[in-house]
Design a protein around this ligand. Structure first.
Ligand SMILES: Nc1nc2c(ncn2[C@@H]2O[C@H](COP(=O)(O)OP(=O)(O)OP(=O)(O)O)[C@@H](O)[C@H]2O)c(=O)[nH]1
Ligand SMILES: [Mg+2]
Length: 203
């Protein structure tokens, strides 16, 4: 649930990057952190990462971004990644708490399809355990690592990961070259802000 502070006119939104181990979630946040354009430098938050020595996320990465004012509200996006390694499921559940929007990052390499599907299933299971449902949460898909030679066709990845009743926006990307990173982030923020505007219009 987005945090709306009527007193300070602030809207705080939590976006979680989810996906299997080494699919490129941390890389997405690093690219956003290096390339995001903000009105003034103090609007650019510090990126906090808790990683093992081999750069695997141990707990999560966190990057706050202050964005434009909308309907008189200052919007603050908090970007988080989960640790993709299967063993860290409790941490994934913790990071998912209070999530508003999700960028599901999939690894496009053919031999990662089973891990992608497993991670997507793990996402829906973890949301269920938090009494949330993916149908109610805006999310986008990012088919990452398209620069590698052994990638699966987009249609096949759509078939595996974007086969729910309502199809969601899916982007191809190479996060390490910053491709697809802002396309995914812009779309999820647009979906979230539309939801906020629609909900506040109904009140
Ligand atoms: N070739 C290629 N490599 C990438 C791409 N995106 C990320 N990588 C590399 O993949 C490796 C894993 O990336 P991370 O961003 O650490 O992956 P992660 O999803 O955060 O992994 P966990 O924290 O273990 O869940 C790193 O060596 C990245 O440089 C990409 O688009 N293409
Ligand atoms: Mg990581």
């Amino acid at each position: 649930m987005a945090i709306i502070n009527q007193a300070t006119k602030e809207l705080q939104v939590k976006i979680v990057y989810y996906g299997p181990a080494k699919c490129g979630k941390t890389t997405n946040l690093e690219q956003v952190h290096s390339n995001v354009k903000v009105a003034s430098p103090e609007n650019k938050g510090k990126m906090v990462s808790l990683a093992t020595s081999s750069d695997r996320t141990l707990f999560f990465d966190f990057l706050p971004i202050e964005a434009m004012a909308i309907k008189g509200f200052k919007t603050k996006f908090q970007l988080y990644t989960v640790p993709g390694q299967v063993i860290y499921n409790t941490t994934r559940q913790l990071v998912l708490r209070g999530v508003d929007g999700i960028v599901f990052v999939a690894d496009s390499q053919y031999d990662k399809m089973a891990e992608n599907v497993e991670s997507f299933q793990n996402l829906t299971d973890n949301l269920k355990s938090l009494k949330m449902n993916l149908n109610d949460i805006p999310y986008v898909l990012q088919y990452n690592k398209r620069d590698l030679p052994n990638v699966a066709p987009v249609e096949y990845m759509d078939f595996l990961l974007n086969n729910r009743e309502v199809q969601v926006p899916a982007f191809t990307g190479s996060a390490s070259k910053s491709e697809g990173v802002f396309e995914s982030l812009n779309m999820i923020t647009r979906l979230l802000l539309n939801k906020f505007i629609n909900e506040s219009a109904r009140k």
